[in-house]
Design a protein around this ligand. Structure first.
Ligand code: AP5
Ligand code: MG
Length: 226
């Protein structure tokens, strides 16, 4: 099962991706996590990406496309993958489609998690993360409930940067919802419910595939190349 997760910053892509990985045993490809690890390690990729990320801007397409191509060649993606935060521009979507076509693969489903901007601002100002294990938590967590490590706030979760990230999302990424709708691959879920209920909606869409009219996920057997 190959899934694209779409949604504004803070919509809950990472939260749902973790649940999908556990349930379907597929690879999690988060461009944000890859870039943050590179920034932390101060690799050449990280040095290039840092100023864009700090400003809430998108890292250039050529950089991100290259790193996703490399990641898709890793063996763990053979059993399926979730792309979390990629594609984010039309150029990235087209590059992904052509790369997957070359590999004889395709997208089965694009899930758009929908949340209103005012809820997103609240969520991101209270989000805290664990550097050690990646746990996504909230300011009310005293420490990481998984590994006990300290939680930190992402630099780009400060209010001014969140505002820009939302603007960038509307301009560059939201149009991809129509792109995947046009390819009959789009499923929209209400991301304002609890994480468990959002996940249930996603599971229903994935299990019913294209058999249900109001969802457009494809069975792997009828996978289309975009
Ligand atoms: P990235 O890391 O992808 O960030 P993002 O898209 O802005 O999204 P977030 O990770 O902030 O939110 P999320 O949707 O994962 O929500 P989460 O589950 O954590 O990208 C960061 C930066 O990297 C970009 O700005 C850009 O610079 C660069 N970048 C990355 N990919 C790129 C690309 N393809 N091209 C170019 N540049 C790229 O949840 C948020 C909070 O809400 C948490 O506290 C969580 O506990 C809570 N929550 C989640 N679900 C619910 C729920 N249902 N109810 C209540 N609370 C919830
Ligand atoms: Mg995320």
């Amino acid at each position: 099962m190959n899934i694209v997760l779409l949604g504004a910053p803070g919509a809950g892509k990472g939260t749902q991706a973790e649940k999908l990985v556990d349930a379907y045993d597929i690879a999690h490809i988060s461009t944000g996590n890859i870039l943050r690890a590179a920034v932390g390690a101060q690799t050449p990729l990280g040095l290039e990406a840092q100023s864009y990320m700090d400003a809430g801007e998108l890292v250039p397409d050529s950089v991100v496309i290259g790193l996703v191509k490399e990641r898709l060649e890793e063996e763990d993606t053979d059993k399926g993958f979730i792309l979390d935060g990629f594609p984010r521009t039309a150029t990235q979507a087209v590059a992904l489609a052509s790369e997957l076509e070359e590999m004889g693969r395709g997208i089965d489903c694009a899930i758009a998690v929908k949340v209103a901007p005012e809820i997103i601002v609240k969520r991101l100002s209270s989000r805290r993360l664990c550097k050690a294990c990646g746990y996504i938590g909230r300011v009310s967590d005293a420490a990481c409930p998984v590994c006990g490590d300290k939680l930190y706030q992402r630099d780009d979760d400060k209010p001014a940067t969140v505002k820009n990230r939302l603007e960038v999302y509307e301009k560059s990424t939201a149009p991809l919802i129509d792109y995947y709708r046009g390819a009959d691959l789009l499923v929209e879920v209400d991301g304002e419910q609890s994480p468990g209920v959002v996940f249930e909606q996603i599971q229903v869409a994935l299990s019913q595939g294209s058999r249900r009219k109001e969802t457009s996920c494809r069975d792997e057997s009828e996978r289309a190349v975009l």
